[in-house]
Design a protein around this ligand. Structure first.
Ligand SMILES: NC(=O)c1ccc[n+]([C@@H]2O[C@H](COP(=O)([O-])OP(=O)(O)OC[C@H]3O[C@@H](n4cnc5c(N)ncnc54)[C@H](OP(=O)(O)O)[C@@H]3O)[C@@H](O)[C@H]2O)c1
Length: 362
């Protein structure tokens, strides 16, 4: 990628042979050289300098807001601290938490260092390793839930530095987009099932079984030998049957519909919705300590657990193994290019994804 600038500071961006006359940003991290005459002709700039971008492409936001505040920018390559890997990003998974953080909903909990690069899920290739890192080598294919202690240099970028404790080997059975959809939602489902103590013979309701977390929770619970009743709209009922679940429609009458399937009540509830799903679970559960929610803190007040997923290389390695063994599938609903991150957020905000939304980066 190259950026050509005239004496007045006007510029054009040339990327993969395509000339864009009004680039949204001036690149940072620059090497300035004279522009040869032939390229002056190609770009239409008479007296110019060629400004070679040595940074990376990334989606940034300069302030809190919705999809409209996301822009494509050039940013300096991330540094690789001890304990970290530098990953050349192939794909970045999109999660509801990305736009919730971007809107500032979690500002009381996590510090945002603007400009933010959103995104926590990644699949990619190791480009460099921190001084103390011996687990991975340059060229290894990895996945990660690359959460940091603050909100800043995320995965919607060509490069991301990630803590080695948040990384696992990429499952060979998955393509890059599927692999990027696995970490955050897969870990959430895996850790929710542990918290709800899901075991063989249990009857469990998964609320929002067709979503990012729900598709994993359903498959993992079925694999543990549980009977899964999954909530979704009717268009997803055949899909849930394919996953091994018995589908029920959410909304008014949910309790009666679940009771018709399980008159003796349910053993556990895994909730990715909140509100009505908590009310329904309260009526249906035999033991409220087996209610686990990632969407409603009331679960805790009722004696269950309100959970936040934790990065874990060990849990992610197990998910990777299950994917390679053919026991866990990743359903990718939509793949968009990096520059369409705003559209990916809009889709995620609609809350209708079947499985994952993913950004393809390189
Ligand atoms: N605390 C944590 O650690 C944590 C971790 C991950 C996710 N979360 C939260 O958990 C929620 C789900 O995340 P996700 O990634 O799974 O979201 P998602 O993929 O965007 O969920 C989309 C799915 O939700 C279903 N859905 C929408 N309204 C529903 C309702 N009232 N009842 C049942 N299903 C409904 C849709 O099915 P239909 O199209 O059939 O309606 C769709 O398949 C989000 O709020 C997210 O922020 C929290």
């Amino acid at each position: 990628m190259a950026y050509y600038e005239d004496a007045q500071g006007g510029g054009v961006l040339v990327h993969a042979g395509v000339v864009s006359p009004h680039p949204p940003v001036r690149p940072t991290g620059l090497l300035i050289v004279d522009l040869p005459p032939v390229e002056q002709v190609a770009t239409g700039i008479a007296t110019a300098r060629l400004v070679v971008a040595v940074g990376m492409r990334a989606i940034i936001q300069e302030q809190y807001g919705g999809p409209d505040v996301l822009t494509l920018a050039e940013r300096p390559d991330p540094k690789v601290a001890p304990g970290e890997l530098l990953i050349r990003v192939k794909s970045a998974g999109v999660n509801p938490v990305d736009w919730k953080l971007g809107a500032g909903y979690l500002d009381s909990m996590m510090e945002a260092r603007f400009p933010i690069i959103p995104g926590w899920d990644v699949s990619g290739v190791v480009e460099a390793v921190g001084l103390d890192v011996h687990e991975y080598r340059v060229g290894d294919e990895v996945i990660g839930y690359a959460r940091k202690d603050w909100v800043a240099n995320g995965t919607y970028a060509e490069l991301v530095a990630a803590n080695v404790r948040h990384i696992a080997a990429k499952p060979r059975a998955l393509d890059w987009n599927e692999a990027a959809g696995l970490p955050l939602a897969g870990l959430t489902a895996y850790q929710m099932l542990d918290r709800a103590r899901i075991a063989e013979g249990d009857t469990v309701v998964v609320h929002a079984a067709a979503g990012g977390v729900g598709t994993f929770a359903t498959q993992l619970a079925v694999a543990r030998g549980a009977r899964v009743i999954g909530t979704a709209s009717e268009r997803n009922h055949d899909f849930l049957r394919e996953l091994g679940a018995e589908p029920v429609t959410y909304g008014d009458g949910l309790v009666e519909r679940v009771r018709a399937l399980a008159p003796e009540g349910i053993d556990a509830a895994v909730d990715c919705v909140g509100g009505e799903s908590i009310d329904a679970s309260r009526e249906l559960l035999k033991d409220l300590s087996r209610l686990v929610s990632v969407a409603d803190p009331r679960a805790e007040e009722l004696g269950g657990a309100s959970m936040w997923v934790r990065p874990s290389a060990a849990d992610l390695t197990e998910l990777s193994r299950l994917a390679d063994a053919g026991e866990l599938r990743v359903f990718v609903d939509r793949v968009l290019p990096l520059e369409e991150a705003a559209e990916a957020w809009r889709l995620s905000q609609e809350g209708r994804a079947r499985g994952k939304i993913v950004l393809s980066v390189s």
